[in-house]
Ligand binder design. Structure first.
Ligand code: FAD
Length: 300
């Protein structure tokens, strides 16, 4: 119930625009690294000082105006320049709908090419985040297109989709982030039961660890993390074949602990004013995150 409510709220265009005007509110400031590049680089440097690398996301999605998509592209290009200039350990995560996927396929492809090309000049990796099912095929298609020219691209496999096993086999030679999946998807396309999603998640991670290129295991679930630790030990999978990833501001102590234990660790660092959809999805995933809201409302 709560999950559906927050996912519904995450897609509300009116609230989204209102939120942009009012700055970081409702506790979002504890899970968003900053509103501008300067603050974000500072957060990245702090994480890097603990041996944690970062993937930076210029917040925003489901953009329907060309000028907004161009603005997003320019922001991402500026982040790439800042990563290079400050020599921080970071790469880019982006959402194709922010770069115009709902406006026009070729327009979006052009924007993504410009980003991937600039990143390639500095040897920076670009990850295409995966969104809801309607955007899956065109996002994969853009990835196919760009990987003919560039090797610094990768994407995400969402374990709740029935098609995930097929996709992971197809993209075996890519650096892949594997997640459970964050959107509300129909029962014809995706597992709905948490146990089934978790089971498929583990299967996909194991498969890619054994057969794939580099694996990013993106989860806050300690059961999964402990399972992976055992699995890599049992199968002699070296640390340089995988990393754990978590979102900025979540399970901070566990993030530091995993890095200290010698695992590669990468924090997903979102920044910017377009925080609303991202934050609502975090509330949908874990209603306890409402604590963040409560603290902000009552700790005036
Ligand atoms: P859950 O299934 O939410 O939780 C499992 C258990 O873990 C909980 O029952 C609890 O015991 C424990 N737990 C979880 N969170 C906490 C916490 N904060 N504190 C204490 N215990 C906790 N989704 C997409 O669809 N596309 C993407 O591109 C994408 N990219 C992502 C990138 C990163 C780095 C991460 C971390 C997630 C991403 N997601 C993405 C979201 C993902 O699909 C899940 O919706 C999200 O991670 C929640 O699932 P979970 O695996 O973290 O654990």
């Amino acid at each position: 119930m709560l999950k559906d409510l927050f996912i519904g709220l995450s897609q509300n265009q009116f609230l989204n625009s209102a939120a942009k005007k009012y700055g970081l509110k409702l506790g979002a400031q504890s899970v968003v690294a900053g509103t501008n590049i300067e603050e974000t680089i500072k957060s990245i440097k702090e994480l890097n000082s603990h041996g944690i690398s970062c993937t930076v996301d210029n917040l925003g999605e489901f953009v329907f105006k060309e000028e907004e998509a161009i603005e997003a592209m320019n922001n991402i290009l500026a982040v790439i320049e800042a990563i290079h200039e400050h020599k921080v350990d970071a790469h880019i995560s982006l959402k194709p709908t922010q770069l115009g996927l709902d406006i026009d396929y070729d327009f979006c492809l052009g924007n993504l090419r410009e980003i991937v090309d600039r990143a390639k000049q500095y040897d920076i990796f670009v990850n295409f985040d995966m969104e809801d099912h309607g955007h899956l095929d065109p996002s994969f298609q853009i990835l196919d297109e760009l990987s003919k020219e560039y090797d610094n691209v990768g994407t995400v496999i969402q374990a709740y989709f029935f098609r995930a096993k097929e996709d992971i086999q197809k993209y075996q030679n890519y650096r892949l982030r594997i997640v459970k999946g964050a959107y509300k998807e129909p029962a014809e396309l995706a597992y709905q039961d948490k146990k089934e999603i978790d089971r498929n998640y583990i299967k996909l991670i194991e498969w890619h660890l054994l057969n794939g290129k580099f694996t990013s295991i993106a989860t806050h679930d300690h059961h999964v993390i402990n399972h992976v630790k055992e699995f890599v030990k049992r199968n002699d999978i070296p640390n340089d074949k995988f990393e754990f990833q978590m979102l900025y501001g979540f399970r901070k102590e566990m993030q530091l602990e995993l890095a200290k234990e010698g695992y590669n660790f990468c924090t997903y660092v979102p920044f910017g004013n377009d925080w609303y959809g991202y934050f609502m999805r975090r509330l949908a995933e874990r209603p306890q995150n409402l604590n963040l809201v409560a603290k902000q409302v009552f700790n005036k």
